[in-house]
Write a protein that binds this ligand. Structure first.
Ligand SMILES: NC(=O)c1ccc[n+]([C@@H]2O[C@H](COP(=O)([O-])OP(=O)(O)OC[C@H]3O[C@@H](n4cnc5c(N)ncnc54)[C@H](O)[C@@H]3O)[C@@H](O)[C@H]2O)c1
Length: 250
């Protein structure tokens, strides 16, 4: 496995506050990053500095050809691919909370298509390049809502539970190639997406319910995610690490 400062990471969903936190941490620690998003991530990529390099490519994680092009960019620009951070999801786009009987089939299909099928498509697209390296790391971003199941977005809760199942299935199948697959499950993060979806009282209640009773910030996720993308987590696979200040115990 390459040294950290020679490693290249494919990061999806790079324009949200959490994606930007990963992007900054990766480049600051010398990683090369191919950062992709449905939205324009040029500004996000230009805002980061460090010994590592980042390049943005617009990409819908549900489109195989766009994913293949992003992986090709990693190989052409940086010589290969070592890790994937599967962070893209329909989260900010969930809109107002609704009882499950008010969700439409289209609501359901969009969230499952992006959050679960898209994640599987990213894994498929990255696999040849990871195998070419002789191994790699895949980190899938789940959510603690898979366990707490707060009312109002049953489709999102179901999608994040499915992320954990996909993680285990992929870990079993890809271990033979030296590829580890793990999930990081964040608690409620006080970021722009969460503030768009919830009032401040909801965020405060989540913060008060933690063992570490404070607001969670995007940077709180960086340590676990970088460890799982790096060389020191090589015998950990198929696991979910909850990062939520001790709100949910697994
Ligand atoms: N913010 C939280 O409290 C919280 C808690 C638990 C888990 N998470 C997870 O963390 C991740 C980042 O969350 P965030 O708060 O930054 O949310 P966000 O909605 O701001 O970010 C999600 C990103 O995914 C991108 N995206 C959506 N559909 C896409 C597609 N088809 N192709 C490519 N990109 C697409 C969006 O453009 C956006 O940049 C998500 O997986 C989210 O589910 C967030």
């Amino acid at each position: 496995m390459n040294a950290v400062n020679e490693r290249t990471v494919l990061l999806t969903g790079c324009t949200g506050d959490i994606g930007v936190a990963y992007l900054k941490a990766l480049t600051a620690t010398g990683h090369n990053v191919v950062a992709v998003d449905l939205a324009d991530g040029t500004a996000a990529v230009e805002s980061v500095a460090g010994p590592g390099k980042a390049v943005f490519q617009r990409c819908d994680v549900t489109e195989d050809a766009e994913l293949e092009s992003a992986v090709r960019l990693a190989v052409d620009r940086f010589g290969g691919l070592d890790a994937v951070i599967n962070n893209a999801a329909v989260y900010r786009g969930l809109g107002r909370k609704r009882p499950l009987e008010e969700l439409t089939n289209d609501d359901w299909d969009l969230v499952l298509r992006v959050n679960v099928r898209g994640m599987w498509q990213v894994i498929k697209a990255a696999l040849p390049a990871l195998r070419e390296r002789g191994g790699g790391r895949i980190v899938n971003i789940a959510s603690s809502v898979a366990r707490t199941a707060p009312p109002g977005f049953a489709h999102y809760v179901a999608s994040k539970a499915a992320v954990e199942g996909l993680t285990r299935a992929a870990a079993r199948e890809l271990g033979r190639y030296g590829i580890t697959v793990n999930s990081v499950s964040p608690g409620l993060v006080d970021d722009a997406a969460t503030r768009a979806l919830n009032d401040s009282g909801y965020v405060a209640a989540a913060s008060a319910g933690r063992s570490l009773p404070r607001d969670m910030r995007p940077d709180d996720l960086v340590g676990a995610v970088l460890w799982l993308t790096g060389p020191d987590s090589g015998f950990v696979t198929g696991q979910t690490i909850v990062v939520d200040g001790g709100g949910v115990f697994v």
